[in-house]
Write a protein that binds this ligand. Structure first.
Ligand code: NAP
Ligand code: ZN
Ligand code: ZN
Length: 345
């Protein structure tokens, strides 16, 4: 066992504070990673506040981890000391179910999330707001050499969560894609959909991010409260990625889909949202969900980002600023991902 510096939530109401974390003894298949950066995903905030009712404390959040390999176990053949690597939301799975065999470990009933779940040694997994992590090499990703580690960290969740539905629904040249909510996920969705060749529209709550939306690759921008613009866009989109972190107007959003279009819910909204049948029936539209992506697809996404020079727009912060950063995320005041410099823990 080894210790690592970290920040943890001790309960659902308090600020995150320093925590002396114990990492498990590395096994033969494990990689010990010196963490350089960890992104702040809105899911971390949902978990810290126990909004999904499944948090265990103390809880060290963080599943957008980028760093460098410090050591490898005797059985590891795929990574060496000094490699630039990443870890996302998954650190283990059953490896034998249909989802695992299909390389969709995110849908494995035995999937072990990077924090808050039972680890192989009986401890509880703890995330990347820390200096070090021990992960089975099967769940470690390779970060392309041309991508800086701070901008690459958010690819491990925000990147793959938007890339996976774009690929599942075959987005490419000619596709019309709308991204609702221009936050951490949303800004990656714009970059990735544009790189895949789609015509991208951003739907946002105000005009504050309009200039950014065009810079990120969008061709159109709609303010969600602009009833006239929403009516004019009815029936337009083949695919909508809904990244809003709170309940939103699902029925007026569904009406934006073209015939056979799909809206994919990515935001983890704890409360139910009423769905009307008519916008689904007229136009044979679909309402779907999607969870991160599998390990192989995450590597494919990282390689795609390497080829297209895509990273997240990040604002790097010190560990002491995590609580302030949380408040800013909750006010949608982040452009577009906070990344913690792990040397400040
Ligand atoms: P984020 O950076 O906070 O972005 C969310 C965006 O949604 C905001 O920037 C804002 O965009 C919009 N928004 C926020 N509150 C709103 C409200 N009340 N009404 C309308 N729009 C609102 O969060 P994120 O890290 O991108 O995560 C987004 C959601 O996805 C979270 O719920 C997170 O837990 C979830 N998530 C899901 C998965 C998955 O696998 N499905 C993976 C990662 C994260 P504008 O300023 O443009 O309006
Ligand atoms: Zn996340
Ligand atoms: Zn499985």
């Amino acid at each position: 066992m080894s210790t690592a510096k970290s920040y943890a939530a001790y309960d659902s109401d308090s600020f995150l504070a320093p925590y002396a974390l114990t990492r498990r003894e590395p096994g033969p298949n494990d990689v010990v990673i010196n963490i350089h950066y960890c992104g702040i995903c809105h899911t971390d905030i949902h978990f810290v506040k126990n909004e999904l009712g499944m948090s265990r404390y103390p809880l060290v959040p963080g599943h957008e981890i980028a760093g460098v390999v410090e050591s490898v176990g005797s059985g590891v053949t795929t990574f060496s000391v000094g490699d630039r690597v990443g870890v996302g939301c998954i650190v283990n799975s059953c490896r034998t179910c249909d989802s695992c065999l299909a390389e969709e470990e995110q849908y494995c009933a035995g999937m072990v999330m990077t924090y808050g779940r039972d680890d192989v040694d009986g401890s509880i997994t703890q995330g990347g707001y820390s200096t070090k992590v021990v992960v089975d090499s099967k769940y470690v990703l390779r970060v392309p050499d041309n991508l800086p580690l701070d901008g690459a960290a958010p690819l491990l969740c925000a990147g793959i969560t938007t890339y996976s539905p774009l690929r599942t629904w075959n987005v490419g040249p000619g596709s019309k894609v709308a991204i609702i909510g221009l936050g951490g996920l949303g800004h990656m969705g714009v970059k990735l959909a544009a790189a895949l060749g789609a015509e991208v529209t951003v739907i946002s709550t105000s005009n504050r991010k309009e200039t950014d939306a065009y810079r990120l690759g969008a061709k159109h921008f709609i303010i969600s409260k602009d009833a006239e613009a929403i009516t004019a866009a009815a029936g337009s989109f083949d695919l909508i990625l809904n990244t809003v972190s709170a309940a939103s107007e699902v029925n007026s959003q569904l009406a934006l889909l073209a015939k056979d279009g799909t809206m994919v819910m990515l935001g983890v909204v704890p409360e139910p949202m009423p769905v009307a049948c008519l916008p689904l029936i007229f136009g044979r539209r679909r309402l779907a969900g999607s969870l991160i992506g599998g390990i192989a697809e995450t590597q494919e996404m990282l390689d795609f980002c390497g080829e297209h020079n895509i990273v997240s727009d990040v604002e790097t912060i010190s560990a002491a600023d995590i609580n302030t950063a949380y408040e800013r995320v909750l006010k949608s005041d982040v452009r577009y991902r906070f990344v913690i410099d792990a040397s400040t823990f």
